[in-house]
Design a protein around this ligand. Sequence first.
Ligand SMILES: [Zn+2]
Ligand SMILES: [Zn+2]
Length: 224
Amino acid sequence: MSKQLITKFNSIKEWKDYCFSTHKLYLKNPHFKKWINKKEIYIFNLSNLKKDSIKYIKSGLEDAIKLAKLHFKVFYGDIDNFKKIMNSGNKKIDSTNLLKAVIEERNKNHKEHASIFVFNKPIKSQDSVIKDGEALTYVSEGITAFSFSAFKDYPPSFLMRRGKHEALHLLGLNSHHEDTKVKGYKHNVPCNMNYNAPTKYLCSKCRDALVYFWIGVEYAAENK
Ligand SMILES: [Zn+2]
Ligand SMILES: [Zn+2]
């Protein structure tokens, strides 16, 4: 694995100030404003995962929403609009096509909620292929796409941890736990925002990042 770059912060205050202002780029995107105001997240299950398995992903998602003290509601969406992508005959889901289909569906329904997709096929993004429990998230557009193997039985705790991890990305937690080092917080603690989401526990550094991101968003909304 290549050596990753760690961004260092000298104090908790410096970290909170930084997280308070990370929304700026997102707010420039018209989709972002709409989905965060709508406060609805729809799950589209286009995989062979059973309803019970999806429930574990959903509970991870709701855990993340609660942590940020947000009032988002989670629903199951109508998959008919997206069957075309699934049945295209391609071995992989093309993320560009997915983005296009989502925007089309939202225009058609005049509704800008966030969308979470669960696929069995690998997902091709600009620079990588997502598979086996990994996911791809577009915060501005409010889209997360999971890829699970069709031939594996995923344990509930894994689904919950992954669901929470990706939901935290979707809710504005951009960086992973390993990417930053902040004086004042413990660094070597297991955290849901570690790359491999080894635990459902979110450390206080990452929790503060999430909370201050949303304080920043609210502040920007009130002072535009
Ligand atoms: Zn953390
Ligand atoms: Zn991640």
